[in-house]
Design a binder for this molecule. Structure first.
Ligand code: PGA
Length: 251
């Protein structure tokens, strides 16, 4: 069964009191008015433990990143074993900000996926093209290459434990959302690549989220597309009412 998910990527936002206020507003909203999807919250590392306690069984908690190493002398890094020991069940891997600002390439991202699988943490693996790549009509190929050197080096069993997030880089934080048609076209492409590599069953069941300026106004149009199984939400996830509205649009 393909799981429907709305995930919040808080990025480097919110002080501790603000984070607690936000998570409490979200869990209160979800407990009053249940949604039919899974809700996943990805706060900064330092709030993870607190959030695991706050969300109880109403939502799930994700890290925004993890180390590609298992343990040892890697100052400033956080391992998936540490995340698992807190009860963190998801981890965003390969967000375009990690790729562009921190230079994370496919080799490192492939290792991060492995670290997640080892600890039974579900990676939310982000892929997506730059504006120039879309303008030069190479977006399908770019996304295929991102998958070939990372997820597609694993087995079908591991692939089945992965959530994909298609995030066109030109739509992230820009207010420029992909149209539902553009997003559906790419999600269909991604699902067909997964089918060719891992078979129809894995492809049918894998969750593919859309991310990039998805908000309370445009979520409904995106979420009704047959290959869009939810969203990875940045800016609009920082306001409880907006985020709750988005969660309710996923049916
Ligand atoms: P955005 O961010 O919703 O603010 O565009 C999405 C993301 O970066 O995951």
């Amino acid at each position: 069964m393909r799981e429907k998910i709305v995930a919040a990527n808080w990025k480097m936002n919110k002080t501790l009191p603000e984070a607690i206020e936000l998570v409490q507003a979200i869990t209160f909203g979800l407990s009053k008015n249940a949604v039919s999807c899974k809700v996943v919250l990805a706060p900064p590392y330092i709030y993870l433990e607190r959030l695991v306690n706050e969300v109880q069984n109403i939502a799930f908690v994700s890290a925004q990143n993890c180390s590609n190493q298992t343990k040892g002398a890697f100052t400033g890094e956080v391992s998936t074993q540490m995340l698992a020991s807190l009860g963190v069940q998801y981890c965003i891997v390969g967000h375009s900000e990690r790729r562009a600002i921190y230079g994370e390439g496919n080799e490192v991202l492939k290792e991060k996926l492995q670290r997640c699988y080892e600890q039974n943490i579900t990676p939310v693996f982000c892929i997506g093209e730059l504006l120039e790549e879309r303008n030069s009509n190479s977006h399908f190929e770019v996304v295929a290459k991102q998958l070939q050197s990372t997820l597609f080096t694993y087995t079908a069993t591991e692939a089945a434990k992965t959530v994909l997030a298609y995030e066109p880089v030109w739509a992230i934080g820009t207010g420029l959302t992909a149209t539902p048609e553009q997003a559906q076209e790419m999600h269909g492409h991604i699902r067909s690549l997964v089918a060719t590599k891992f078979g129809a069953e894995v492809a049918e069941n894998i969750t593919i989220l859309y991310g990039g300026s998805c908000n309370a106004q445009n979520a409904a149009g995106l979420f009704v597309q047959p290959d869009i199984d939810g969203g990875l939400i940045g800016g609009a996830a920082l306001i409880a009412d907006d985020f709750l509205k988005i969660c309710h649009e996923l049916r």
